[in-house]
Design a protein around this ligand. Structure first.
Ligand code: 13P
Ligand code: 13P
Ligand code: MG
Ligand code: MG
Ligand code: MG
Length: 379
C-alpha cells in the first residue's frame, strides 16, 4: 500500500517584517491538522523557516488530493486570521486566491509531494527554505544524484550505478524535459545551470523509476503578476538503501552556493544551512536559509525529526556563508549582487525603466550635437 508525503508551505505573516512566522501561527495550523488526524492524515509535523510555515503531512490519499490541499488551505486561512489580528507583516501574503478551488497549485502556497510504497526502512529528508526560490535546488540535486565526486554511492552502490532521471521545468514556458544521468549530464547542466529559466522538479532512480526527490516549483510572481515575495521552496529527498545516504544528501549544502532571493527577492546570496532554531533570517532579510529535517516513516507515522543542519559539522558552512554574505553585500545595488533584469521582472524596476525610457537619446544624435558644439566653440 502506498503512502503519500505532502509538504505544503505558505507565508501568511511575519514578526516582524519578513523575518519569522510566530508560534501563534504554527499553533493555529497544528490545531487544524490535529482535527484531521485519522480522518485524513496519518501524521503531521508543523514547522517554520523564517516567515514561511511548512506543513509536513502523511496520508494515503495520493498527490494533488483535494481534501489534503483543502486542509492545508484551511490551516493557512485560519493562521491568516490570527496574523491579521496581530497585524503581522504581510498577513495572508501567499494566499493569492479568494477561496480554495481544488488544489493549492496556482493559488500561492508551495507544494512538494510524493507517493511511494514505504520501504522496510524509509529515511526521508524534508528541506524548508526562506528568502530564495525553487532553483536553489538545481545544483544540490545535481551533486546528490549525478556527481560521483560528491555521492560515493553512485560509484559503490550497484542499485544506483544505473543513474537517475531529472525532470526539468521551463518555468516560463510551461514545458518540461526529462534527462538521464550519467549519459546526458552535460545537457542537463546546460539547462539547470541557467537559474533564470530552469528548475529541477523531480528526480527518479533510473533502473526502476522509483521517486527519489521532488521540489516545489511554484512561481508566485507569475501567478500574482507583481512582486509578492519569493517562492521560498520546500523539497523532499528519500535516502539510503539504493538512494544516496543521508550524509551524501546533506553534503550538497556543506559548501554554500549563491541563490536568487534575499532582500526584496532581488539579490544573489549564499544559501546558509541552519537548524530550526536558527531559521530566522534578519540581516538584509537573510541571508537565504535552508533547514533539513530527517524523519523515519513507520506505516506513515513521522518518527522524528532529527534537525540535521543543527549539527556542528555545518558550522564552517555557516561561517563561509556569512563571509560570502559580507563579500557580495559590498556590491550594493550592482550586479552580480543584484539579479539580472529578467529575474527582476516583478520588482518595481520595470516601472523605473518605463519612466526613464523617453529620456534616452540616440548615441549618433549625441555625437552630432557634440560636433556642432565643438564648431561653435571654434568660431
Ligand atoms: P554506521 O556503521 O554508523 O552504521 O555507518 C554506516 C555507513 O555506511 C555510514 O555512511
Ligand atoms: P518573503 O518571500 O520571505 O516574504 O520575502 C520577501 C522579501 O521581500 C524579503 O525582503
Ligand atoms: Mg514574507
Ligand atoms: Mg519567506
Ligand atoms: Mg515568500
Amino acid at each position: 500500500e502506498k503512502i503519500t508525503l505532502s509538504v505544503i508551505k505558505a507565508d501568511v505573516g511575519g514578526l516582524c517584517g519578513h523575518t519569522l512566522a510566530p508560534d501563534e501561527l504554527l499553533d493555529t495550523c497544528e490545531y487544524v491538522l490535529e482535527e484531521a488526524i485519522d480522518e485524513l492524515l496519518i501524521d503531521y509535523y508543523v514547522t517554520r523557516c523564517g516567515d514561511d510555515i511548512d506543513l509536513i503531512m502523511t496520508h494515503k490519499l495520493g498527490t494533488d488530493n483535494e481534501n489534503i490541499h483543502g486542509l492545508a488551505w484551511k490551516a493557512f486561512e485560519e493562521a491568516t486570521e490570527v496574523a491579521k489580528e496581530l497585524k503581522l507583516y504581510g498577513a495572508g501574503q501567499d494566499l493569492l486566491a479568494e477561496g480554495f478551488t481544488g488544489n493549492v497549485k496556482g493559488m500561492g502556497p508551495g507544494c512538494a509531494e510524493m507517493e511511494f510504497v514505504e520501504r522496510p526502512s524509509e529515511p526521508v529528508i524534508v528541506f524548508c527554505c526562506d528568502k530564495t526560490d525553487p532553483t536553489a535546488f538545481n545544483m544540490p540535486f545535481y551533486k546528490i544524484f549525478a556527481d560521483p565526486f560528491h555521492t560515493a554511492g553512485l560509484v559503490y552502490d550497484n542499485s544506483m550505478t544505473g543513474g537517475f532521471k531529472f525532470d526539468v521545468l521551463d518555468m516560463y514556458g510551461n514545458k518540461q524535459i526529462t534527462l538521464k544521468t550519467p549519459e546526458e549530464s552535460y545537457s542537463l547542466l546546460a539547462l539547470i545551470g541557467n537559474l533564470e529559466k530552469y528548475a529541477v522538479k523531480r528526480v527518479f532512480r533510473a533502473k526502476d523509476n522509483e521517486i527519489a526527490a521532488i521540489a516545489s516549483s511554484e512561481k508566485l510572481n507569475l501567478m500574482a503578476g507583481k512582486y509578492v515575495g519569493k517562492d521560498d521552496p520546500v523539497a523532499i529527498v528519500r535516502a539510503q538503501s539504493g538512494m544516496p545516504a543521508v550524509g551524501e544528501v546533506l553534503e550538497a549544502f556543506a559548501t554554500p552556493h549563491l541563490v536568487p532571493g534575499w532582500m526584496r527577492g532581488c539579490h544573489w546570496g549564499p544559501l546558509m544551512p541552519v537548524g530550526e532554531d536558527d531559521a530566522r533570517p534578519s540581516r538584509f532579510d537573510g541571508p537565504p536559509r535552508i533547514m533539513a529535517l530527517g524523519f523515519q516513516l513507520s506505516e506513515g507515522r513521522l518518527v522524528g525529526p532529527n534537525d540535521l543542519f543543527a549539527d556542528i559539522s555545518f558550522n564552517n558552512a555557516r561561517q563561509k556563508a556569512l563571509d560570502m554574505a559580507d563579500m557580495i553585500r559590498s556590491m550594493g545595488p550592482f550586479q552580480p549582487h543584484r539579479l539580472p533584469e529578467s529575474m527582476m521582472e516583478y520588482s518595481s524596476i520595470p516601472q523605473i525603466m518605463e519612466a526613464l525610457k523617453d529620456r534616452f537619446v540616440d548615441t549618433e544624435k549625441v555625437k552630432k550635437l557634440e560636433k556642432t558644439r565643438e564648431r561653435g566653440d571654434m568660431e
